[in-house]
Design a protein around this ligand. Sequence first.
Ligand SMILES: Nc1ncnc2c1ncn2[C@@H]1O[C@H](COP(=O)(O)OP(=O)(O)OP(=O)(O)O)[C@@H](O)[C@H]1O
Ligand SMILES: [Mg+2]
Length: 282
Amino acid sequence: MSPVIDPVVQIRGLWSVFHAGGEDVVVHRDLDLDIARGSLVSIVGGSGSGKTVLLRQILGLATPARGTVTVLGEPASRLARAGAATRVGMLFQHGALFSAFSVLDNIALPLRELRAFPETLVREAALVKLCMVGLSERDAHKMPAELSGGMIKRVALARALIMDPPLLLLDEPTAGLDPGSSDAFCGLLASLHRELGLTVVMVTHDLDTILELSTQIAVVADKRIVVSGPPQEVLAFDHPFVHDFFFGGRGRRAMTLLRERGLSVAAPPATAASAPDLLAPR
Ligand SMILES: Nc1ncnc2c1ncn2[C@@H]1O[C@H](COP(=O)(O)OP(=O)(O)OP(=O)(O)O)[C@@H](O)[C@H]1O
Ligand SMILES: [Mg+2]
C-alpha cells in the first residue's frame, strides 16, 4: 500500500476481536487503511466481512484488540469521548430517525444536546441543513412516518452534517431505495463532497454508486484490506472477491460506466473467467 499524504484516517495493524459463545471471533486481522483528505472512498466486501465494524472503529465506538486507528490526527477512542459529531458525521446502516420528533427536531438534535446555542440559532442551522440535502422548509414539521425512504436518508444525512464535520461516514446509504431515489441520493453526495470539500467514506454494495462516485475503493476480504486505491487499480487486482464483485453478473454494466467516465481500465486478471468477454468491444 503506497503511503497517503495528509491522511484523515490512518489504520495500522488493526485487530477487531469479539468474544462470542466462549470463543474469540476475529473480524479484522492486521488491517491497514489510509484515507486521504478530500477523497470519496467506497468500502466493499462480503456480508459479515467486517465493514460496519470498521466504520465503528473509525468512529471510536469499537475498541481495537490490537493496532491503532487515528482519525484527524487523534486516536479514534479520544474522538468518541470528545463530541464526535463536530468531527465525524455518521449515517448508520440501520439508523432510523426518532419517530416522535419532527424532521427539524431530528436534524437539530446533536446541536441542541450541546445546550450551547439559543433555540432560534439551532433551528436556523437545522433549516440550512434541511435545504442543503434538497428538502424544503415545508418538510420541516413533517413526522418521520410521513416521509419516503429517500427523504428519511436525506434527513439522516442533514443530521449527520449539522455540526459541519470534515469527515462523513455512511453505511449502505442507498440500501432499500428504488433506483431513482438511489441515483438522486448519490448525486447529492457527489455535490456535497465537491462543494463542502468533505472526506466521504461509504460502505456500499451498489456498483453504480461505487464506480460513479469513488476516488478510492477499499476491499475488505480475508479479515483485512486486500487492496485499496483508484477504481481502475482495484479492478485490475487479482483476488476472488474482486473477480466476483466487479466481473460477475453485473460486470458488463460496470465496465460500460467506467468507459463513460473516460477511465482506462487495466485488463482484469487472467483468472477472471469472463474477463475477455467483458473487455470485448461492442
Ligand atoms: N458487537 C458484536 N459482538 C459480536 N460479534 C459482532 C459484533 N459486531 C459485529 N460482530 C460480528 O462481526 C462480523 C462482521 O460484522 P459487520 O457487521 O461488520 O459485517 P458487515 O461487513 O457490515 O456485513 P453486512 O454487509 O451484512 O452489513 C460478523 O460476523 C458479526 O457477527
Ligand atoms: Mg454492515
